[in-house]
Write a protein that binds this ligand. Sequence first.
Ligand code: PEP
Ligand code: MG
Length: 756
Amino acid sequence: MTAAASARQILTRLHEIMASRMHAQGKLDRVVEIVGESLTSEVCSIYLLREGMLELFATRGLNQSAVHVTRMAIGEGLTGTIADNVETLNLAEAKAHPDFQYRPETGEEKFHSFAGVPIVYRERAVGVLCVQHLDPRRYEEVEIEALQTTAMVLSELIANAELIDEEEARGLTEEQTGPQTIPGLTLVKGLGAGQAVFHQPRVQITQVVADDIEAERQRVYRAFDKMREQIDNLSNQAEFGVGGEHEEVLATYKMFAYDEGWSRRINEAIDSGLTAEAAIERVQQHTRMRMREIDDPLLADRMHDLEDLANRLLRIVSGQLGTAASQGLRRDTILIARNLGPAELLEYDRRRLKGVILEEGSLTAHVVIVARAMGVPVLGQAKGIRAIIRDGDEILLDATVASATVRPSTQVAEAFEARFAKSREKQAAYAELRDVEPFTRCGTRIQVMMNAGLRDDISALAMTGADGVGLFRTEFQFLVSATLPQRERQMRLYRDVLEAAGEKPVIFRTVDIGGDKAVPYLASDVAESDENPAMGWRALRLALEREGLMKAQARALLEASAGRALYVMFPMVSEPWEFDAAKAVFDEQLAFLRSKKKILPEAIHYGAMLEVPALAEVLDVLLPKLSFLSIGTNDLTQFLFAADRANPKLAQRYDWLSPSILRFLRRVAQTTHGSGVDIGVCGEMGGRRLEALALLGIGFRRLSITPAAVGPIKELVRKIDLAELSEAVTTWLGDPGANMRDELGKWAADRDIEID
Ligand code: PEP
Ligand code: MG
C-alpha cells in the first residue's frame, strides 16, 4: 500500500469515529487504538491541556490506571517540550533526550522509540499525540505525517466537543496568556484602547477530512492560480507599497507561489484524505518544523513571508477573502498588520478604530500620514507581534511612549486610564487655544495651517483654529475610490471642502499618485517600468502625461472655486517647465470656462511644492512664476539622504535635525525671502516640536501640519522669541560638532517648552 493510501485509510477510520455518536472520551480511546495499530506502535497516547497541565486523556499500551492521573507541566518531559515548543519530536531512544522524564505509574520503561506531535488549536498547542515502540527506531516521515494529520483531526474534535475550555485554548505560556509589553517605534502619537483585530483575519479550519478528494484537489489548483495571479499583480497594489524591502518580499512571494515543491506537498496531503484547507495547514506545520531545525535567521525571515502566503492561499481557498475592514469593526479596535496601504486604512470605520500596530512602518509612509490625519495612534516596528497577540486580546496602545500592552493587568490598566485622562485634559487645554492667534513672544504672527485629504478632515479647522488648509491631498479621494473619480465628483468634493472651510484658505495640491500611493485603476500604466516608484512616474509627471486626468482636475477645481480664491499647487515639480506645463492646463480650462461665460474664481494663486532637491538650484527661474512655495519635507528628505521614506529599516536612521537638511532648508528660505513668494513647510516635520523650533529658527513663518499638532505648535509659538531662537540655531548650524537635537532640547527645556 502506498503511503498516501495508508494515510487515507487512517483518515477514513478516524472520520467514521468522529462522525459517530460516541462520547468524546470514547472517541479518544478509539483514536489511540487506530493510530497505534496503523503505525504498529505498542503505545499511542493523547495528552490534553487541563488547568494548565497536560493530562493523559487516553492511551493504548501504557497503564490504564495512569489515565487522568499522569500530568505534565508545559515544558516538562518530552510531552511538555513538544507542547511548549509546538514542535514534533522523533527519537529512536527517548531516554537519551535531555528532557526525558520517567513516570513510574505509566509503565513506559520498556519502550525505546518515541515520536510526538503537538495538537494545535488556534495556533497554540493544546495537547500532544505520541507513539512509543519497543525497538529503538526513528519513525519514518510518512508515519510522522500520519500523526500530524491525526492531530489535526483531534483538534477539530477538541473544538467541537469542548474538551478544553476556550481560555486554555487561547494560550499556554505566560508569554501567550499573561500581560506582555510590546516595544515599537512611535509613528503617530497618542493613546488608544481596544481589542486586537487582525487586518488579514486568520482562517479557522472547520473540516479536516475530505468528502471528495478530487474536488479538494480542484479547489487547491484554482486557489493556486488565483494566488499566482494576485502575486503577479501585487506590486501595483497599495497593500504592499513598493520599493525597498517590499520588493524583496514580493520576490520571495513569487518564489514561493511558483514553488512546485510546495504545491506538490499540498497535493500529497490531499491524497491522504485532507480537505484543501487542512492540507495547506498541515504542510505549513511541517515546514515550520523543518525551518526551526535549520535555525537560520535569514530563513526565519523568509518563513514569515511563506506564512503570509499560506494564509493568503487559505483565505482564497476558503472564500474568506476580505480584510477585517470588509467584515466591519464591531467594537473599539486596535488593528494589527504587518503593513498597510493608505487606501486600506481608510476603509476602516474611524469611530471604532482606536489604534494601529504594525510590524513594519515608517514615519512618513503615506499610511502613517493618513492615520495621523484620522487621529489614530500608530505603533510601528513592533516585531514578532503575531506570536504574542491573539485575535480579541485586550490592548492598551500608548504610542507616546512607543509601546503597547497586551492583556494588561489591572494595575497597568488603571495606570493607563490615568495617563489617558491626563492626555485628554491636555487635548482640552489645546482646544482652549483654538481662538488664540499664534503670536511669538516677540510679536510675529506665525501661520499655523493644517494638512487634510478628506471631506471630514475639514471639521478640524474649526476645532483646532488652524489658519487654513496648507495642503489638501486631493489624491486621497482617488485612493478611496475603486474607479477613477469623475470630474463632477471631484468638483463636488472641492466645493464642499471650500464651503466647510468658509473664509479660511485651502491649498489644493493636484493629484500625487504613484509611489506608495498606487491606485489599482492606474496600476497597469505605473507598473510598466517603475522599479523605483518614489522616483518614478508619479505626481505631476504622471498627471502631465495623462492629460485627461489633469484637465478634469483643473476644471473641477476652477468650477468649485467659482466666485472665490483658488489656491492650487503642483507636487514633485523637478524643473520649472513642469510648473509651466501644469499651469498651462489650468489656463486652457480657464479660457474654456470663460468662453462658456461661467463664473470664474475671483483670484487664482499658483504654487509649487519643493520636494525634489534639483528645484532648489533653479529658484531664480521658478520664483517669479509663483505666488507661493511649499516645502514637502517628507519627499525632500528622502531624496536628500537617498533614503526611501517607506523603508522600515531606514525609519530612524537619518534625523530631520541633521545639518544637511537644515542648511538646505535655510538656503531655500533665504533665497525665497524678498522675492515676494510666500514660503512654508507642509511635511510631517513641522508638526513635531523640536523640528518646528528649528524651522522657525531658520526663517520659516508658515507651517502646515497634521491637525493634532496644531494646538501643541500654537502653544510652542507663544513661548518663543524669534531673534533669540534664530541666533541659537545659527550658532549650532555653524558648529559642525553640535548635536541639534540635544541643543534644541536643552534650549526648549530651559524655556519651559514641552518637547515630544
Ligand atoms: C511631502 O512630501 O512632504 C508632502 C507633504 O507630500 P506627501 O507626504 O503627500 O508626499
Ligand atoms: Mg510629497
